[in-house]
Write a protein that binds this ligand. Structure first.
Ligand code: LLP
Length: 406
């Protein structure tokens, strides 16, 4: 679909998602018994509705995400549970909703067992285990080990089983989100830790979850994860547990990024082209208020220039790409630690468009109103037609709820 059409209809900055890409990615993971979408990656209700209609279940990490799942048509009470609440705490709204809808909980800290046990004794839970080691694409995203706040520390499993038993809670699932990606050696350690934990928890366990963390190729030259090896390791773990327990064990996977990252594009307009010493800057009307991954993690996103005049033969040049915010770190081409780097892109002038790719996961959902910038619009392309799935925020939206005291 020509960018000029999208921009004419929806303006910039705008997130555009390609439905067919999402469905291809869902298709890749069908061999798992349950694909549970980690909606934190992109929680627009149109995306959730799409997942639901294609048999993908959902994870919710907050009361807000529970509301989103319910609004998108997920219903509680089915088996395996359509909605699972996965978090390290219950806030008051979340525990109220969990009880009201009878949602399955993936418990991330011992206190949650007591809190749930007090209000919903007799229900079944999953325990999220921190096996004592982790993995992540940056220091800030490492999900295991003693510096991670996530999950129940592996040596406390037995104590947690006793606590659950005390409250009459049945431990029917175990979960580890370590994000080993395609590092199969590391993954083998995770699977071994899962097997160990499951043997400790015993025959009540009917489901294991591999968590999320499947990587996608962001940089040129990065290859796609080998799903065969990934699945085989988990499947073998599941089979050993089935043999030990004498009953079926469901294997879940909980990806966010893998399902939506590559479907998403952030469309922006180049509003200034300026030179400072050796650096040539393209300054966009989108900033880290729209896409925070570069400033947070030094994340790399592919970019392309869409010239307004359609000229595809412009010469390449090294540029720094930044946003509009009054903050020096508002740079899309940076590495972890905040080091500004250059990217080779076609020559461009004010009014050309710049497209930031692989932005469907942790893009819109991590955006903010910093510098009083309205949140971007979101558009879903379905069978060649562009559908607005979230209107751009208005300036009235921006100040909604604020008031000046008498
Ligand atoms: N399950 C749990 C318990 C998680 O904490 C996460 C991600 C996922 C599944 C999905 O992980 P994925 O498949 O999307 O990698 N905002 C960061 C990543 C932090 C992810 C937090 N948890 C980013 O922009 O890369």
């Amino acid at each position: 679909m020509p960018i000029s059409h999208l921009v004419e209809r929806f303006g910039t900055p705008t997130y555009v998602y390609d439905e067919s890409k999402i469905l291809d990615c869902v298709g890749d993971l069908r061999r798992f018994d349950v694909i549970r979408y980690a909606q934190k990656a992109c929680s627009n209700i149109a995306i959730l509705d799409l997942m639901r209609r294609h048999g993908v279940l959902v994870d919710a990490v907050s009361a807000g995400e529970i509301h989103r799942a319910l609004t998108a048509g997920y219903t509680a009470g089915s088996q395996p549970p359509a909605i699972v609440y996965t978090a390290d705490i219950f806030d008051h709204d979340a525990i109220r909703l969990v009880v009201e809808y009878g949602l399955h909980v993936n418990v991330g800290s011992p206190d949650m067992i007591d809190q749930l046990g007090e209000v919903a004794p007799g229900t079944n839970i999953t325990l999220r285990i921190n096996p004592g080691f982790g993995h992540g694409h940056s220091q800030k995203t490492n999900t295991g080990g003693e510096h991670s706040k996530h999950g129940i520390w592996h040596t406390q499993l037995e104590e947690c089983l006793r606590r659950a038993d005390h409250h009459g809670l049945g431990v029917t699932g175990l979960h580890m989100h370590i994000g080993s990606g395609c590092d199969l050696e590391h993954l083998a350690q995770v699977c071994a830790a899962m097997e160990n934990a499951a043997m400790t928890a015993g025959r009540g366990v009917v489901s294991i979850s591999a968590g999320g963390g499947l990587p996608i190729p962001y940089r040129p030259g990065e290859t796609r994860v080998g799903l065969d090896g990934y699945f085989q390791l988990w499947d073998a773990t599941r089979q050993r547990l089935e043999n030990a327990f004498g009953h079926a064990v469901t294997l879940e996977i909980e990806p966010g990024r893998y399902l939506v990252a590559e479907s998403g594009y952030l469309l922006a307009e180049i509003r200034a082209v300026k030179q400072t010493g050796d650096n040539l800057f393209y300054l966009l009307d989108a900033g880290f208020n729209n896409l925070a991954r570069p400033i947070l993690y030094g994340a790399y996103h592919p970019m392309s220039v869409a010239p307004r005049d359609g000229d595809a033969r412009r010469r390449l040049q090294d540029v720094v790409v930044g946003g509009p915010l009054c903050e020096s770190g508002d740079i899309f081409t940076q590495e972890e630690g905040g080091y500004v780097v250059r990217r080779q892109l076609p020559a461009a002038t004010v009014g050309d468009w710049l497209v930031i790719e692989c932005a469907g996961a942790y893009g819109f959902v991590m955006s903010s109103n910093y510098n009083a910038k309205p949140l971007a619009a979101e558009v879903l392309v379905r069978q060649g037609a562009a559908n607005l799935i979230r209107a751009r925020q208005t300036y009235a939206d921006l100040m909604r709820g604020e008031c000046i005291p008498e």
